[in-house]
Design a protein. Structure first.
Length: 372
């Protein structure tokens, strides 16, 4: 096992820079997830760690060794790909043993390592089968087994579950996390799926266009998103984000269409009378009586999910669309006005130019908003 350390890593393909300086310290035994939309550079970062792409500038360390110039095979890293190409004519045992055999490991040791991995992966009864005689999930486990037997210092995963159907994906997610808890091998996992990221990662690196916008635990990233991008990317349905103006005394914001929302605690004195971007998560709204509500929406569209109801409506009847998540089954008519409250403690504010987080009330006791 080993720490992995990225120091100001850049990558250009020809004249185009796609990774703009990523630094990250991954601890020994940690499960870290690189999360971001398609094309943001996740695979490129992973491939640089594996040694499959050169590093344009910056340094990558595995343990205490700088590996920039090291061949992939010498890095003691195992990579699990999306397409877990197994050899169809070989048994499960041989598939798992193959990598060790070509490294000329003694037969008895190969046997022992494969048996141990098969036990961990619950594949012991399948060792004589061919891949076509296995389910998708079992094949995925064989692919994992091939990596485990090598006993690498680091595991790299590039969207390993994205070819599986939804149910299997959920099951494999749990299996991967359990496997990590057993093996405790430093793991770097790439995905564009935020649920996968939130459930698997000890920490997330949220990547946007080749930059790491935030590194933190799943909860930190949810509760204190560092940028507008992270705020909009983490959470489903997405956080409502719109431009507002802070009152002259810095304690409230004026909403589009005239509502007023009080800010938590000291407010936002640095931005008195200025524009900010406000972020309100759909799950932090609640229904209110007309008199003590802070805002209302004109219902546009309702999605009944069973456990929750999503309501999309126009904020204060104006042009801003707002999504609200209410627990349980609710039914509303189109254009019906809903009076709502929003707990100030859950307000997120961002600077409109830098798009960086300004203040966060998250974690404070929710207060009831009563000013209108
Ligand atoms: N071999 C390559 N040559 C040129 N551009 C590449 C190459 N590999 C990736 N890119 C570009 O780098 C960016 C990041 O790609 P990638 O790391 O695959 O993103 P992700 O894995 O997050 O979807 C994309 O714009 C992609 O087109
Ligand atoms: Mg990719």
């Amino acid at each position: 096992m080993a720490r992995v350390n990225l120091q100001d890593v850049h990558k250009s393909f020809g004249k185009i820079e796609v990774i703009h300086g990523i630094s990250c310290d991954i601890e020994d035994g940690e499960f870290i997830v690189l999360l971001g939309p398609s094309g943001c550079g996740k695979s490129t970062v992973l491939r640089m760690i594996a040694g499959l792409e050169s590093v344009t500038s910056g340094e990558i360390f595995v343990g205490d060794t700088m590996v920039n110039q090291m061949e992939p095979a010498d890095r003691d890293i195992a990579m699990v790909f999306q397409n877990y190409a197994l050899y169809p004519h070989m048994s499960v045992f041989k598939n798992m043993a193959y990598g060790l055999k070509i490294r000329r490991m003694p037969k008895a040791e190969i046997e022992e390592r494969v048996r141990r991995a098969a036990e961990i992966l619950e594949l012991t009864d399948y060792l004589d089968r061919k891949p076509r005689q296995l389910s998708g999930g079992q094949r995925q486990r064989v692919a994992m087994g091939r990596c485990i037997v090598r006993e690498p210092k680091v595991f790299l995963f590039d969207e390993p579950l994205s070819n599986l159907d939804a149910k299997l994906r959920v099951q494999m997610r749990l299996e991967l996390r359990n496997l990590h808890n057993k093996l405790k091998v430093t793991s770097i996992y790439v995905t564009h799926d935020q649920v996968e990221a939130m459930t698997l990662g000890d920490r997330l690196v949220v990547i946007n266009e080749g930059c790491a916008e935030q590194i933190g635990s799943p909860l930190e990233v949810y509760e204190k998103p560092a940028t507008v991008f992270v705020a909009g990317f983490i959470g489903s349905p997405a956080m409502n984000l719109f431009r507002v103006v802070v009152s002259e005394d810095g304690t409230r914001v004026m909403l589009p269409g005239g509502g007023i929302l009080p800010l938590p605690e000291r407010g936002c004195p640095e931005y008195r009378g200025k524009r900010v971007i406000i972020g309100l998560r759909p799950e932090h709204f609640s229904l209110a009586g007309e008199k003590d509500s802070t805002l209302d929406i004109a219902v546009n569209h309702v999605e009944t999910l069973g456990a929750d109801t999503l309501v999309h409506g126009l904020l204060n009847g104006e042009s801003e669309m707002l999504t609200v998540r209410l627990s349980g089954i609710k039914s509303f008519a189109e254009n019906q006005r809903l009076s709502l409250n929003f707990a100030p403690a859950h307000i997120h504010l961002f600077d409109p130019e830098s798009e960086q987080r300004i203040v966060s009330g998250s974690g404070n006791e929710p207060q009831r908003a009563i000013i209108r």
